[in-house]
Every structure is written in structure tokens, then in C-alpha cells.
Write a protein that binds this ligand. Structure first.
Ligand SMILES: Nc1ncnc2c1ncn2[C@@H]1O[C@H](COP(=O)(O)OP(=O)(O)OP(=O)(O)O)[C@@H](O)[C@H]1O
Ligand SMILES: Nc1nc2c(ncn2[C@@H]2O[C@H](COP(=O)(O)O)[C@@H](O)[C@H]2O)c(=O)[nH]1
Length: 219
């Protein structure tokens, strides 16, 4: 069951999975945080996006992203295979529908690492299921340092990502929660707290309606 404290021997109702949407400027730490969050909560599923950008060293197709040609990506847009898609840093990125719908229907929570455009689409499409978290870096200087130390991108690419950082941060007020990723462990703890509190929300437990109705008939 969902491990949310409402599923003991008496409370057997199922809940629908929630969409845990993370955005931040590139390099603030959402990939690292989401992977650690899933390691701590193995019942949570990571949404694997499709992209037309080239794989970084060590990235695995089907694990980090589905790496597609622009032609294949556009065919999938036409076929309606994406929940949402956007152009970010001159490349296409999109969230495949199939695995997400399956996971949510099974009551599993899904983590999305997507930009503000995608977060907005998901929140409009599924306002009751969506929880949006914006991750802030402690400063732009430290953001640049993280991108540099990651050793995955050229100086030119890092410059482009830094130029777009403020455009992304401008959307912070569209999010339900903001987590400052200064100390990593503290940020991770806050993410876990948000996830666990959100799982308990009444709207995520429609079975409670029937349960309370029965309870009120007693005596
Ligand atoms: N709290 C932290 N303190 C120091 N370094 C951190 C912290 N959090 C993450 N990092 C490091 O910063 C780098 C960027 O993190 P990460 O790749 O998770 O960012 P991201 O937001 O997913 O970026 P992108 O949008 O480009 O995918 C990584 O090398 C990661 O180990
Ligand atoms: N709207 C979407 N944005 C996405 C998706 N997958 C990733 N992203 C965002 O793109 C940038 C760059 O990612 P990188 O892996 O090249 O560093 C980052 O902000 C991601 O959040 C998606 O499916 N939809």
C-alpha cells in the first residue's frame, strides 16, 4: 500500500498516485535530489523524459532520458505521446504519457524533473494530483560553480544555462513549495517531508468518503 499511515488493517482504501514536479535553474540539484528521494522511497517512480539533446558521458538511453532524433521527437508530438513537451536550451524535451498514467493508476507517486513550462502544463491538466516544488540555489555564483564542477558541459553551454537561470527563477511563485538547496541533506529532508505530508491530504483519499459514511451509520 502507500505507506502513508492511512492503510492499516482497518483503513484499506487506495489512493491515487501524486505527481511530484520539481523545477529549478539548471544545476540547482533537482536530478541529484530526485534520485536520492527515490532511493529513500523505492515505491516512487521517476518520469524518464525524452530529449533531442545528445547524451552526456555516462548517461544511459532509457535510464536518464530517451534520446531521440528531432524527427522521431516530432513524430511523437504528432502522435500525442507526450503529456507535455517544451523547447529548453534549443533542444526538445518531453514527458511520455504511457508509463506515467500506468503508475498513477496503480497509486504510485511519480517524480518529474522538468522546467517551468512543463510544470505549468501538468498543473493545469491535473491540479488535484500535482504538487510543484521549486528548488533554489543558494546564489548564482554557487549555481555556476555546481555546473562547472559537474564537468558535463562546455563553458559555452554553461554560459547559456546561466543566462537562462533567471528566466526559470522568475516562475518560483507558481510553485506550491520552495526548497533552498544549500545543505544537501537538509534539502532532501524537506523534500521527504513535503512528499509524506502531501500523501496524507484528504483529496488523495477518495475512499474516505465511503468509509466515513459507513462509520456514521454505526450505533
Ligand atoms: N546542496 C548541494 N551542495 C553542493 N553541490 C550540490 C548540491 N546539490 C547538488 N549538487 C551538485 O550540483 C551539480 C548539479 O546538480 P544536478 O545535476 O542534480 O542539477 P540539476 O538541477 O538536475 O541540473 P539540470 O537541470 O542541468 O539537469 C551536481 O554535480 C550535484 O552533485
Ligand atoms: N518541459 C520539460 N522540461 C524538461 C523535461 N526533461 C527535462 N527538462 C528540463 O530541461 C532542462 C535541461 O535538462 P538537462 O538534462 O539537459 O540538464 C532542465 O531544466 C530539465 O528540468 C521534460 O520532459 N519536459
Amino acid at each position: 500500500m502507500s505507506g502513508d499511515g492511512l492503510s492499516g488493517p482497518v483503513f484499506r482504501g487506495r489512493r491515487r498516485g501524486l505527481m511530484f514536479v520539481l523545477s529549478s535553474p539548471s544545476g540547482a540539484g533537482k536530478t541529484t535530489l530526485s534520485k536520492r528521494l527515490i532511493a529513500l522511497n523505492p515505491d516512487v517512480v521517476l518520469s524518464i523524459s525524452a530529449t533531442t539533446r545528445k547524451p552526456r558521458p555516462g548517461e544511459v538511453d532509457g535510464q536518464d532520458y530517451f534520446f531521440l532524433s528531432e524527427k522521431a521527437f516530432k513524430q511523437k508530438i504528432e502522435a500525442g505521446e507526450f503529456y507535455e513537451w517544451a523547447k529548453v536550451f534549443d533542444h526538445y524535451y518531453g514527458t511520455p504519457k504511457g508509463p506515467i498514467e500506468e503508475a498513477l493508476d496503480e497509486g504510485r507517486d511519480v517524480v518529474f524533473d522538468i522546467d517551468w513550462q512543463g510544470a505549468r502544463v501538468l498543473a493545469e491538466a491535473a491540479p488535484d494530483d500535482c504538487v510543484r516544488v521549486f528548488i533554489l540555489p543558494p546564489s548564482l555564483a554557487l549555481l555556476r560553480e555546481r555546473l562547472t564542477k559537474r564537468k558535463q558541459d562546455s563553458e559555452e553551454i554553461i554560459r547559456g544555462r546561466m543566462q537562462r537561470a533567471k528566466d526559470e527563477i522568475e516562475h518560483w511563485q507558481e510553485y506550491d513549495y520552495v526548497v533552498l538547496n544549500d545543505d544537501f541533506s537538509r534539502a532532501l529532508e524537506k523534500m521527504s517531508e513535503i512528499l509524506h505530508a502531501e500523501r496524507l491530504k484528504r483529496v488523495r483519499h477518495p475512499w474516505l468518503e465511503g468509509f466515513v459514511e459507513e462509520l456514521m451509520k454505526e450505533e
